[in-house]
Write a new protein. Structure first.
Length: 73
């Protein structure tokens, strides 16, 4: 996918403006705290399922987390 990214200085922070076919998804992702691919949101959320061993239960928890996050938008 091709992205057009603009970095906008805003006081002492920077804001990213992303133009792409997935613009809305990228905006949602940028609102998440700790969005580092290695040590942020994904690692934290993956830890929620460390003790689970039944794929169906993991799938159900993922669906529930997704619904809760979408409602919060």
């Amino acid at each position: 996918m091709e992205y057009d990214i603009t970095i906008v200085p805003n006081n002492q922070e920077y804001s990213l403006q992303v133009e792409s076919p997935n613009k809305k998804g990228q905006q949602l992702y940028n609102q998440r705290p700790n969005r580092s691919m290695l040590t942020g949101h994904f690692e934290i959320k993956a830890g929620d399922y460390n003790e689970d061993s039944i794929p169906g239960e993991i799938r159900q928890k993922l669906r529930q987390d997704k619904e809760e996050e979408l409602v919060a938008i």
